[in-house]
Design a protein around this ligand. Sequence first.
Ligand SMILES: Cc1cc2nc3c(=O)[nH]c(=O)nc-3n(C[C@H](O)[C@H](O)[C@H](O)COP(=O)(O)OP(=O)(O)OC[C@H]3O[C@@H](n4cnc5c(N)ncnc54)[C@H](O)[C@@H]3O)c2cc1C
Length: 422
Amino acid sequence: MNDERCDVVVIGAGLTGLAAALFAVRRGLDTVLVGRTGALGFASGLLDLLGVHPVGGHTPLEDPWQGITALRADQPQHPYALIDNPAIERALGTVLAFLAANGHPYITRPHRNQTVPTAVGTLKTTYALPCTMAPGAMALARRVPCLLVDFHGLKGYSARQIAATLAGVWPGLTPVRIAFPEAHGELLPERLARALDTVPAREKLVAAIGPHLGEAAAVGLPAVLGFYHSPAVVAELQQGLGVPVFEIPTMLPAVGGLRLRELFETALPAMGVRSLWQQWVDGARRLPDGRWRFSVAAPSGEQHFTARGAVLCSGRFFGKGLHADRHGIREPLFQLPVVQPPHRADWHHKDLLAPEGHPINRAGVAVDETFRPVDGRGRLVHDNLFAAGTLLAHQDWVRQKCGSGLAIATAYAAVRACAALI
Ligand SMILES: Cc1cc2nc3c(=O)[nH]c(=O)nc-3n(C[C@H](O)[C@H](O)[C@H](O)COP(=O)(O)OP(=O)(O)OC[C@H]3O[C@@H](n4cnc5c(N)ncnc54)[C@H](O)[C@@H]3O)c2cc1C
């Protein structure tokens, strides 16, 4: 029977788990990462820090850092209230530097959120943009006349709809639909992105767009401009067309999130993280000396890891980090206490679209300032178990527009505390 030792096991390979493994290996910890890759495969690739505060307000935050300061005062139990701004900046800086070093640079503006158009023509506030989307934020800010391109057969993305919806705030958008060069079979975003990693497809795309350029000073396309080499693909299209080119995030599954996932899956093992992708931790037991013994159901047979500490990044209901049934909400792996409304009838408001969100959205695992789970009276559950990400209580990342920031910042704080302990 396979039985390996390590310093830390990270459970869950969504953005929180991936970031936690990165922080852990950079701190010199012998790290094992086990898990499914979570929501990342569906995400846009945009990294939000804090887009809205207070929830229910309709004005997006211009300065997310000021917003976090206000959030701490208003919601002292929010996970962001357990980390100071310099630590959040360090956490984001580490991840952004890692992405840039692996060929996927992001653009931020000092103390400012940025706004980009979406596939349905709404405006999305975010903090860090893949460099391939950044010229779109600039074009929007300056109301530059743009050509918006889409492709016959690409579902869930309409240049005409984007132009029509944004006409009031961004006049001068001209939609055009063209045939995707070298299209075979169904036009899935990932397939198009991989096709555009090749030179002939890019040359044909430039040739197909060129005649429609007119007075356009920039060109927006769905976010399918290359899978592995998107910055180079965008640069080459810009050179061919003679104007800035930018990507607009597509509907799910979005290439932006898939690019991130692929990057982490390649880079972390190269950095020394022992990675068990898409595997499931189905048992956690505390040994008499305090270490954790985990069992992992791998295709090759059951594997065991003995670790001095663990970071739980198992997400919410969709990924089975939390389980809800008629008796309540449970954390299934460690049976951790879960903060939740006292009765099932209180999980949701009567108003489905209640702007402040539903109480169940804020259910989750509560932690102390070292990101170790605590019970309802604030007592530590295990001294060497840490938790991070969307699993945590007292936050509503969807409404607060803080998914990636919460994932990265809490992973950083949890790993920092774990490293200090072990
Ligand atoms: C549709 C969509 C769009 C998004 N768009 C944005 C965006 O524009 N900007 C932004 O900032 N954020 C966005 N996000 C959010 C962002 O992707 C998440 O906040 C981020 O992925 C962090 O989630 P997580 O890692 O905590 O949880 P998850 O992504 O849920 O990952 C947890 C993983 O752990 C696995 N797991 C659970 N238990 C075990 C176990 N016992 N063993 C092994 N694995 C286990 C789960 O199956 C899951 O795969 C989006 C998310 C979604 C779903």
